[in-house]
Design a protein around this ligand. Sequence first.
Ligand code: GDP
Ligand code: MN
Length: 390
Amino acid sequence: PPSILKISEKYDKVFATGCLDPPVDKPRANAAFVVLARNKELDGVLQSIKSIERHFNRWFHYPYVFLNDGDFNSTFKEAVLNHTSAPVEWGKITPDLWDFPEWAEPAVVKEGIQKQGDAAIMYGGMESYHHMCRFYSGFFYKHELLQKYEWYWRLEPEIKYFCDITYDPFIHMIRENKTYGFTIAVKELKETVPNIFRYASAYKRTNNITSQGLWEMFVEKPEEDETKLLKDDHKSKTPLPQGILNSERGTGALPDIDSDSMEGETYNMCHFWSNFEIAKLDWFRSKEYNDFFEMMDRSGGFWMERWGDAPIHSLAAGALLGPSDIHYFRDFGYRHTTIQHCPANAPARQLPRIPYLETTTEDEKKRLEEDEYWASPDPPRENGVGCRCK
Ligand code: GDP
Ligand code: MN
């Protein structure tokens, strides 16, 4: 809404120097927390809600949208409602957003999943995990409960925020004209995504997309004399099995992934860790993102490999967005299971520790340091104040 953009001061006041509550009389963004979960994850969900409520939402009261491919039971609902005074909506995910697509042969898919289980690929043998990754890649933003929202903040069971978040990150992203926000970037397990990059790269090539500078974050550029070797290696890779297709799939869905114009680029496995995400839903709803998803989907990689939504979102961002569209929430203390980001250990202007930096020129590094490039300036919070990273 335009009223948000009229706010004259650049940042909300924070209470780093006192015990004041942050100002809560500002207009809110049209946004919600999105939580996909199952009844059996209640304890982990409560941990997450307690944490986000304590460090942020007790002041801001953003609504929650809970989604599930099954039904939430009354124990789950009551417990959640006991831990927040914000509005909560309960959504069921219909089969068209969750189940095998009609163009895939269930028997082939099931066999593919079983093989990944036999090969001990993490979550590879768990059918539900494949459904979840595909849902978060191409369907969550199509759920009817999300239609009225412009922004979402993803929340998972068993996460923890370490620092008070005393400003509204949605408003911050709107002001700075950002599309996608992350707090941790890590490397993906190679064996879960053997073919993901050749399809993403082919999407980019067949649609004549030129990088706006973010694609390079995900690319390992070979030395000159390695290029031919890599090309040969690339060609010797087994493409995704085509048996997944039934007659409904039609033709022309997949680009020629063996084209020479791929220049031997490979995926460096870097991705934004998507269990935390603050993003603009319109980007996911765009034709470009959906074309990308559809092409990736039709390769069968969500089933015959175990493509996560994190590398899918990341490679889509790499193809379709530029660094200035991305916001690095370096001031958020965040942990999920074993990986954490702690602002108390990271000076405000420390650069993100991602391979991208290794490939940037001195000039680009300077711009990164000046913060023009990657992220909007940090809110004026003293570094690490109020963060207990344990
Ligand atoms: P990990 O973080 O990669 O280990 O994956 P999780 O098990 O945490 O799953 C990611 C998210 O999807 C979490 O919010 C889970 O609650 C949710 N999730 C995973 N599988 C299912 C499922 O089969 N049904 C539902 N409703 N949620 C799921
Ligand atoms: Mn998780």
